[in-house]
Design a protein around this ligand. Structure first.
Ligand SMILES: *Cc1c(COP(=O)(O)O)cnc(C)c1O
Length: 231
């Protein structure tokens, strides 16, 4: 199969899944995670109709964005403070914010650029050795971010552990419930401007589990870019 054939199949499956659960297909963005491929594959992906890309290394995001400035570049990697200046302003969305100090640094960098940086808070699904804010610390993190004028939290992100699809489904469902709880709590506290509409969840192995649970963004790497990926 070509990249376009793989992408078309995923796009159809996502649309069918949306339809099956009463959602509109345009509520879900497929992000092509291009972190393991070069510029030629990105070019092929753009020709195939992909316009959102995910990268986990700041320099690589900058390089690919320079080559394809009209596409949307999402930062999905671990944040290192000293590399944030490469990411802020270049990434349309930072999916992986989980430290308050990083939020403050993003705020300063965005202020210098005169922009508001959109971010998602990465939530840990309870597994050890994984990054992300713990669910019981999320509210404080959201409150802290709501005070930063140049950071706009637009939703939450999580990664399911590899393993059973049932576990992935539970992780995704938990994130949605947590989002709804946070919305209520923020509203009760009179916090405005944090509406958390985006849920970034689902990867090559489990994106179809994420859609019925409310994903608005799925981050798909191997199933699009790897010709030996077997689903
Ligand atoms: C690599 C990566 C993906 C894509 O993973 P695949 O299994 O290749 O689809 C998605 N999200 C994050 C955060 C990643 O690092």
């Amino acid at each position: 199969m070509t990249l376009k054939q793989r992408y078309d199949r995923i796009d159809h499956e996502v649309s069918a899944s949306c339809e099956a659960c009463g959602r509109s297909a345009d509520e879900v963005t497929i992000i092509g995670v291009s972190k393991t491929v070069g510029l030629e594959a990105v070019e092929e992906a753009v020709a195939a109709g992909i316009h959102d890309f995910g990268e986990n290394r700041p320099q690589e995001l900058a390089r690919k964005r320079d080559a394809f400035p009209d596409e949307r570049w999402h930062f999905i990697g671990n944040i290192q403070s000293r590399q944030l200046s490469t990411v802020v302003g270049r990434a349309c969305l930072i999916h992986s914010l989980c430290e308050r100090s990083h939020a403050e640094k993003i705020d300063r960098l965005a202020a210098e650029l005169g922009i508001v940086q959109d971010v998602l808070i990465e939530v840990n699904d309870g597994e050890e050795n994984k990054q992300g804010v713990q669910p019981d610390e999320l509210f404080d993190m959201l409150m802290a971010c709501s005070k930063l004028e140049h950071v706009r939290v637009v939703g939450l992100m999580t990664m399911a552990m590899r393993g059973s699809l049932g576990d992935a489904r539970a992780t995704f469902s938990d994130l949605r419930i947590l989002r709804d709880t946070m919305r209520d709590k923020l509203a009760r506290c009179g916090v405005q401007g944090v509406d958390l509409h985006e849920l970034s969840m689902g990867m090559s192995d489990d994106y179809l589990e994420a859609i019925p649970q409310g994903a608005t963004m799925v981050r798909v790497g191997r199933a699009i870019f790897s010709d030996d990926y077997a689903s």
